[in-house]
Design a protein around this ligand. Structure first.
Ligand SMILES: Cc1cc2nc3c(=O)[nH]c(=O)nc-3n(C[C@H](O)[C@H](O)[C@H](O)COP(=O)(O)OP(=O)(O)OC[C@H]3O[C@@H](n4cnc5c(N)ncnc54)[C@H](O)[C@@H]3O)c2cc1C
Length: 379
């Protein structure tokens, strides 16, 4: 988000920018640990609009930024096994189609044909959008950063923001482990840590960190998913399949299979240690949808942090009561894919332009006002 905002500000002629990153590398937070999924299939109009703009931008990204982002639009397939979920998706699919997204309803048999190897036992309906897909988060971050730097932005790595100076209700600068920077505008793009950074300015930014795992599997030593006897056990494309009941999902990642699932027992916290004791639960849910997982070898895993807000909608915009302070955070597990549009929207708001969509569902004030329209396709 920070990289996207920096880039979009430079496009509007603001080039006196410092992007401050605590870690030695960029994309070291949630962005470097995500599954790379990009989808239009959301339940709120604002998220669908962010997806439409962002995915259009990703389709042109390599040409525009000169970096590879490994975009594969092989679709997202949601498998639904409960009547209530079908009802929820009915409204979402109508919304998506009204906004121009080509989401389709599929029968379980059609879904099985699209995702060879997936089991559709108990599935009553499925939705598929062929324009959804997966891409490389590091490539996208580097594309934004390089373009921002070329336009004059300064990128400082290994520097932690430790304080924010606010004078008479106006932001005046940031203090970092490598010195102070005076600034009339500060953007909090600290992902799961946005609550901490908000508190430095005396603000409540309700973003809580939630650990999520990604596991990688292969067939037994030396074998490939693409050759006999494993061919057909997992899809050959990068289609992303989600069992909406359990939140188990998988997609091909080159020669490997990437999979994950939310843990309803996980509590908010910054710990990103891999909990290997959670793997059996994931595999049990996973085998029901992808039988090949039963004999697969899990080679490695990592955990990262979702950045949850109470309504699973992002915060994009100015902070009330602190002039010059902006927030772009709380994407609740789907921020990589929304980074192109969200950064553009924030840059418009910072420069007083019309962002071209209703931003009230993104406003920080909504939590106090109790006017949330929650995103319900959180997986
Ligand atoms: C396992 C997993 C799977 C996911 N899958 C997907 C997916 O398929 N598709 C999708 O769109 N999204 C996915 N996400 C969510 C996505 O990764 C996040 O929404 C997105 O990366 C948020 O980007 P960000 O820039 O807001 O935060 P981050 O990428 O976390 O960036 C915040 C940066 O701020 C830095 N920082 C924090 N505090 C300070 C400080 N005090 N001083 C200086 N720097 C600081 C951090 O080091 C970090 O680099 C997934 C997340 C996880 C964990």
């Amino acid at each position: 988000m920070g990289a996207s905002v920096a880039y979009h500000l430079t496009r509007l002629g603001i080039t006196d920018i410092v992007l401050v990153e605590r870690e030695a590398q960029l994309a070291a937070g949630s962005t470097g640990r995500n599954a790379g999924g990009v989808r239009h299939q959301f339940s709120t109009e604002q998220n669908v609009r962010l997806s439409l703009e962002s995915i259009r931008s990703l389709e042109r990204f390599e040409e525009e930024f000169g970096v590879s982002i490994d975009l594969h639009q092989d679709g997202y397939l949601f498998l639904l096994s409960r009547d209530d979920d079908v009802e929820l998706f009915r409204a979402s699919v109508d919304l998506q189609r009204n906004l121009g997204v080509p989401t389709e309803w599929l029968t379980p048999a059609q879904a099985a044909r699209l995702a060879p190897g997936a089991s559709v036992d108990g599935v009553i309906a499925a939705t598929f959008c062929a324009k959804d897909g997966v891409a490389d988060p590091n490539g996208v971050t580097m594309g934004f950063v390089r373009a921002a730097r070329a336009a004059g932005a300064e990128i400082v790595r290994g520097s932690e923001v430790t304080g924010i100076d606010v004078v008479n209700g106006r932001v005046a600068g940031v203090r970092t482990t490598r010195g102070s920077i005076s600034a009339p505008m500060v953007v909090n793009a600290a992902g799961p840590w946005a609550g901490r950074v908000g508190r430095m300015a005396g603000l409540e930014v309700p973003v809580s960190p939630l650990r999520r795992h990604i596991f990688f599997a292969q067939p037994a030593a030396g074998a490939s998913w693409d050759d006999a006897p494993h061919r057909g056990q997992v899809p050959a494309t990068r289609i992303l399949v989600i069992d909406f009941t359990t939140s188990f999902y998988f997609h091909r990642d080159g020669g490997q299979l990437l999979f994950g699932m939310g843990d309803p027992a996980e509590r908010a916290g910054f710990d990103t240690t891999v909990r290997w004791d959670f793997l059996p639960e994931v595999v049990e849910a996973g085998v029901a949808r992808l039988p090949a997982l039963a004999d697969a070898v899990v080679s490695h895993a990592w955990a990262g942090l979702y950045e949850m807000t109470p309504d699973a909608m992002p915060i994009i915009g100015p902070a009330p009561d602190c002039d010059g302070f902006y927030v772009i955070a709380g994407f609740s597990g789907h921020g990589f894919q929304h980074s192109p549009a969200a950064g553009r929207v924030l840059a418009d708001l910072v420069t007083g332009r019309d962002p071209g969509l209703d931003v009230s569902p993104f406003a920080l004030e909504r939590f106090a006002a109790g006017t949330q329209a929650a995103e319900r396709h959180v997986v």
